[in-house]
Design a protein around this ligand. Structure first.
Ligand code: PMP
Length: 307
């Protein structure tokens, strides 16, 4: 198979090999983290000989919102964005699970960390990606000693590149302490999210997820799971979650584009439930994988066939 670095990405208005899409070290975004990005999955279905991109419209909306929050230009219509996305996949002849990274960054070569009157640019590249975290084994997580950045510091809702220093601090701490992932509390001490994924809890068959005011990224997987769970007839509540509620939950899972749906067996050395995947988590995880791989007719509206 062709090295993905040889495949085309979208950079400075052209489709060029990813290995040639390089920036100057003075680039504003490189110096200050003045960028925002997206993360989109495409799932290859060998039976249907097609690749399905998950919820491109929702990703577009979030990129637009980020551009508003961060005063960066994202001057594309949905149709233009879709065309660039499809071009990158088709020109690269991708026929495997793929991760797409749209990216708006302050491309000017200048000093002064500000947002206005600094030139920006849009790029989009693709890399191969299967599981980011194990979705089957049951993860062990740790409450981070690092607090989630608040909306009034670096808005997590904006998926700002610089904000991922916060994620990196927590992720490294968790891995270096022997855990699989970190769980952030917000500055008030309520549960927020993982380093790169949202969190769901199940208590007495009710599905609970921290609300959008708990310094989370408003995840597209999260939104999809809420809709799916409700359609399945589960009660879903978005609300503040206290730390020790995690320890007494019957089931806990992470949700995100990268992580997909991955269940937790342990948080802060407390076993979750009976230590195996919970019934509701399994139900949602199974349906989710069927949806993203194009196996569920009624959820075709959530996926875009590439070929
Ligand atoms: N929270 C954070 C901090 C993330 O980086 C991600 C991954 N984009 C998520 C949650 C999950 O969001 P989504 O489902 O849109 O990928």
């Amino acid at each position: 198979m062709q090295d993905f670095n040889e495949k085309p990405c979208y950079f400075q208005g052209n489709y060029i090999p990813l290995k040639n899409a390089n920036v100057n070290i003075q680039t504003h975004a490189l110096q200050y983290g003045t960028a925002f990005f997206g993360g989109i999955r495409g799932y290859w279905n060998p039976d249907q000989n097609n690749l399905f991109v998950f919820r491109l419209d929702e990703h577009y909306k979030r990129l637009k919102n980020s551009s508003r929050i961060l005063q960066m230009n994202f001057p594309y219509s949905f149709d233009q964005f879709q065309e660039i996305t499809l071009n990158v996949i088709r020109k690269g002849e991708w026929k495997q699970n793929v991760y797409l990274r749209p990216f708006v960054y302050k491309s000017a070569l200048e000093l002064s960390p500000r947002l206005h009157n600094v030139q920006d640019d849009f790029a989009l590249y693709a890399i191969p990606l299967n599981d980011y975290l194990d979705t089957k084994k049951g993860l062990r997580a740790q409450t981070s000693s690092w607090r989630r950045i608040s909306d009034n510091q670096i808005p997590t809702r904006s998926k700002a590149s610089g904000g991922y220093i916060n994620s990196a601090l927590a992720k490294s701490e968790a891995l270096q302490n022997g855990f699989d992932e970190a769980i952030f509390l917000d500055e008030r001490g309520f549960v927020s999210e993982g380093s790169a994924e949202n969190l769901f809890f199940i208590r007495d068959r009710e599905i609970i997820t921290p609300s959008v005011t708990s310094a989370i990224l408003e995840g597209i997987t999260r939104k999809s799971i809420i809709a799916l769970a409700q359609q399945k007839g589960y009660a879903v509540k978005e609300r503040e979650v206290s730390r020790t509620e995690m320890y007494v939950a019957d089931e806990v899972f992470f949700a995100g584009t990268g992580v997909q749906i991955a269940w937790l067996r342990e948080i802060d050395y407390r076993q979750i439930g009976n230590g195996s995947i919970g019934e509701i988590t399994k139900d949602i995880q199974d349906t989710f994988f069927d949806i993203v791989t194009g196996k569920m007719e009624e959820y075709r509206k959530w996926i875009l066939p590439v070929y």
